[in-house]
Design a protein around this ligand. Sequence first.
Ligand code: NDP
Ligand SMILES: O=C1O[C@H](COP(=O)(O)O)[C@@H](O)[C@H](O)[C@H]1O
Length: 503
Amino acid sequence: MKDPQPQRKPENCAFVIFGVSGDLTHRLVLPSLYNLAAENLLPEKFCVVGAARRAMSNDELRDSLLKGLREFATRPVDDVVAHQLLQCVTFVEADSKDPSSFETLKKHLDALECSRGTGGNRLFYLATPPAAFAPTARELGRVGLMKEDNGAWRRLVIEKPFGTDLASAKALNAELLKIMDEHQIYRIDHYLGKETVQNILVLRFANGMFEPIWNRNHIDHIQITVEERLGVGHRGGFYDATGALRDMVPNHLFQLMSLVAMEPPTRFDAHSVRSEKAEVLSAIQQPSEAEALKSSVRAQYLAGRIGNADVPDYRKVPDVRPGSTTETYVALKLMIDNWRWAGVPFYLRTGKALAHKRTEVAIKFKQAPLSMFSGTAVDRLSQNFLTIGIAPTETIELQFNAKIPGPSVTIDGVEMKFRYGDYFKADPSTGYETLIYDCMIGDNILFQRADGVEAGWQAVQPFLNAWKNAGSNGIETYAAGSDGPACADDLLRRDGRSWRKFT
Ligand SMILES: NC(=O)C1=CN([C@@H]2O[C@H](COP(=O)(O)OP(=O)(O)OC[C@H]3O[C@@H](n4cnc5c(N)ncnc54)[C@H](OP(=O)(O)O)[C@@H]3O)[C@@H](O)[C@H]2O)C=CC1
Ligand SMILES: O=C1O[C@H](COP(=O)(O)O)[C@@H](O)[C@H](O)[C@H]1O
């Protein structure tokens, strides 16, 4: 087992969280700050300012955050570390509809920075509903809080969803870029905080053996799967207006797809990596309406059983509209119009309330020519998949064929499996630590750039349009706790292929 490399401390700064009373702050942001504190990776001088519309005292906020930390921390909570962190937290009331509250926030920050000596560096984290992203940014701009001067930096972290379609994503980018520079914007996608996702770049570009075969000459097709056992839970209102495609594909699945499909960047820096990612997403073929309908599947879960729990129909989730036709499962076949990937389908699927939790990228290599073994018992060779497992376990697995010991030549599919946990020692994390840390040190390689976000929406827009124009009748269904709708299997069967089974 190997320990992770030591990291440097970020510069002193103030960390402002809008939406401090919300779920994201309690479940992920604060536990991540706690993990950074436990690893001595917060700035020497640091303060957290929590903002929300509903007033509360500093102590009320600290109590609520501590409760959240006890519930959601990924490791045992050390009272001393937690206390030190919470003593850095203060509350301020802020509402973008009340301009004076942003003047108050500014004064609060100025005073705090003097007393704590944190200097003028400020990170603003928008953990609010998306409707508040632009109004909050506008207010920050209006009172001068995004202005970088005297060497101090000002950064804005913006949560997902970044828009609901191409037009709204473009409008939000345009709005933000009127207020600040691109280098100040950190569009977060928590998939980029996952170690195995970051490792896709290392696997491809730090090893000489994969790149020569990473193309249409050797790869038959690629499958990207994000299956969840969880249903929609308490997020019925948000989810019903969003659906599986918008919730997962232009962001998380496209992060995986772009890392797997991008050209090698000339340098390992934010500009080169993000340019190549945006480039490959913009090369995704735009299907006609008829093609989009043929190469997509949308389905909704019906009642079923997951483990020991009975799961009701999606339509019975609180805040879901009666008769809703929102998809809880989507599968797409996408083609990339470039030299490397011409003719290689990328099959993507994601859904809720399925039998397994599984996130993986499976690269299927072309079959060996069968002539040597044809007519014998071994003429059906097993498939050669290279699989990058992201959840539930972090793995890299290669399936290949081997001879079964014995006098006759019989062949079986076997696998070599590398498990991260067996080799590297790392404390359990939320995945947000890396992203928050990177933002504090000013490294935006793991954040999305405006063109990347827009390229993602552009690629899914033909499907959204086709579905809308086709009307919302006739959504396919699947039972909760199953492997998904049968029509998702047909999508590949038509091409003579099949999804990789859960192992
Ligand atoms: N929860 C999660 O696991 C994830 C959440 N996200 C994203 O994070 C963001 C926050 O989600 P979540 O914490 O779940 O949401 P919650 O509804 O739990 O919390 C929202 C927070 O924002 C404040 N708020 C609500 N409306 C406004 C407004 N108009 N202006 C300013 N503040 C407002 C609320 O406090 P008050 O009403 O007092 O102002 C509250 O503190 C969303 O954009 C979501 O999509 C992304 C990934 C995962
Ligand atoms: O952003 C989201 O992601 C989660 C899935 O994240 P994972 O890390 O557990 O794979 C998903 O459940 C949620 O609907 C979506 O908004």
